[in-house]
Design a protein around this ligand. Structure first.
Ligand code: BES
Ligand code: MN
Ligand code: ZN
Length: 496
């Protein structure tokens, strides 16, 4: 999609569609008033007749409005003007793009970016509006043999600002938002591909492709034999039941500041989670192809960082494997030695995410990281606790947690912190090994993070549990690309 910004009068735009807002109780926004005036009260007359009140969710598509140069005028209900907060703004933009896309117009000029939102400037509004447009128009038709193409797809969206003064800052927002949207799309595509295509080997190939296309990115893929030499017994205990070979994918983004400590992102890449010998029920098991969305978000984030050429070092580490039952699979009660030297009793083979992440986190220490953030579809308990709206956040360093929460708030990709108190650690006691891989029914998301904290040790580390946020079920079934936007905002805020 081509995105632009401009300023100018709505009635004078030669375009397939101009989009303006109407507020609750039939109040016109400024751009709507301009159109009303040029059309000799065409809009206010319709509204007085009751065709639209301006409540959020309403819209009215008009053709050949007199005195207006655009082919179409799309009125979008915005609700009460004073109640437009971040979430409402996002919803209004989403509605406008969905409806514009159905009109048959190939392009449009959208004045909704001029809505007032408390504490938000134009660069924020434009960045959000671009990300939302790409997100809304996303489709995954790769694997369909027919009906792949949309009828008259949108090609260009122009957002407006009230004065030319805003233009240059907003050009930057568009650039950033497009790079982030590309990263989100990559993450969604990878999450949507089924496990017979998206294998650990496929993820490694995608990382290699990213590195080929960008000079600042380099890739290194470790094989099972390499992992054995490194002593990654915990990671290998998960892959041993599968015929697909595990990969440890390392993707490095390096700037000229070679000595600067990197941000390390570790992403869970279980390309299918059957549960292993502790097998899952068959109900909705197909969805366990998305158990690599942490990995996908790491690749998406690195691709966006590289596209923008940001002046900060970032390393992505992706342990990738399937979790399968077989004659070679781990049995409950088996004990393995992790790369850290700690021994782990695997009481439940379905708690596999932490088993691969712990070795990846230990491996990350060789980079002398500034911070380590792991991203994982780790626990069903997190979906129960926070639902689909917030990513679970746990950290051993409160300032880092704060920065992540703030970034999520700005990006519209929120995280919510859960405690990582010492009291929970004892749930992981094992009579036979240093630590067990499950901590019972209570506080499942917290005990999973406690397990990881034993390996993060002195690192400044945060854990994002995206089991709820990475995927939607039902009519909107599919990968969301979360938390690429959050991670990108966190990185952008570090640079500022
Ligand atoms: N990949 C799952 C977590 C998951 C569940 C993600 C539902 C998305 C939706 C993870 O590997 C898992 O199976 N976790 C277990 C842990 C339990 C055995 C301690 C769980 O949450 O049930
Ligand atoms: Mn599992
Ligand atoms: Zn899993």
């Amino acid at each position: 999609m081509d995105f632009n910004i401009k300023s100018g009068s709505p009635e004078k735009q030669r375009t397939a569609c101009v989009i303006v807002g109407i507020f609750s109780s039939r109040r016109l926004s400024h751009p709507a008033k301009a159109i009303d005036k040029a059309s000799k009260q065409y809009i206010s007359t319709l509204i007085r007749r009751g065709d639209m009140d301006g409540d959020r969710g309403q819209h009215l598509l008009l053709h050949n409005v007199p005195g207006v140069m655009a082919d179409r005028v799309l009125l979008i209900g915005c609700g009460k003007e004073r109640e437009i907060n971040d979430g409402a703004y996002r919803q209004i933009i989403r509605n406008s793009i969905t409806i514009l896309n159905k009109t048959g117009a190939l392009e449009g000029i959208n004045y909704l970016s001029e809505l007032n939102i408390k504490n938000r400037d134009y660069s924020w509004k434009i960045k959000q509006a671009v990300e939302i447009a790409e997100h809304t128009l996303y489709q995954f038709n790769e694997l369909k043999s027919k009906n792949k193409k949309t009828r008259r797809p949108l090609r260009k969206i122009t957002y407006t600002v009230p004065t030319r003064r805003e233009l240059s800052k907003c050009e930057m927002s568009i650039k950033q938002a497009c790079a982030i949207a590309n990263g989100v799309k990559l993450a969604r595509d990878l999450g949507n591909y089924p496990s017979n295509i998206c294998t650990p080997t496929y993820l490694a190939k995608q990382a290699t492709k990213l590195a080929k296309n960008n000079n600042s990115l380099s890739v290194n893929v470790l094989e099972e034999s390499d992992m054995e030499k490194l002593g990654m017994g915990s990671l290998l205990s998960v892959s041993q039941g599968s015929t697909e070979p595990a990969k440890l994918i390392i993707l490095e983004y390096k700037t000229s500041k070679k000595t600067q400590k990197p941000i390390v992102l570790v992403g869970k890449g279980v390309t299918f989670d059957t549960g292993g010998i502790s097998i899952k029920p068959s109900q909705a098991m197909d969805e366990m192809k998305y158990d690599m969305c942490g990995a996908a978000s790491v690749l998406g984030t690195l691709s966006a960082v590289a596209e923008l050429g940001l002046p900060i070092n970032v390393v992505g580490i992706v342990p990738a494997t399937e979790n399968m039952p077989s004659g070679d699979a781990t049995n409950p009660g088996d004990i393995f030695t992790s790369m850290s030297g700690q021994t782990v009793e695997v009481l439940n083979t379905d708690a596999e995410g932490r088993l691969i992440l712990c070795d990846a986190i230990t491996y990350s220490k060789k980079y002398n990281p500034d911070v380590v953030i792991d991203i994982a579809t780790l626990t069903g308990a997190c979906v129960i606790a926070l639902g689909k709206h917030a990513t679970g956040l746990l950290s051993n360093h409160n300032p880092l947690a704060r920065e992540i929460i703030n970034a999520g708030e700005d990006a519209g990709d929120r995280a919510w912190q859960l405690p990582l108190w010492d009291e929970y650690q004892q749930q992981l006691n094992s009579p036979f090994a240093d630590i067990a891989n499950i901590g019972g029914r209570d506080a499942g998301t917290i005990t999973a993070a406690c397990f990881l904290s034993r390996f993060a040790e002195k690192l400044q580390w945060a854990h994002l549990d995206i089991a709820g946020t990475a995927w939607l079920s039902g009519s909107k079934k599919g990968a969301t690309g979360r938390p690429v936007s959050l991670l990108m905002q966190y990185i952008l805020n570090k640079i500022k």
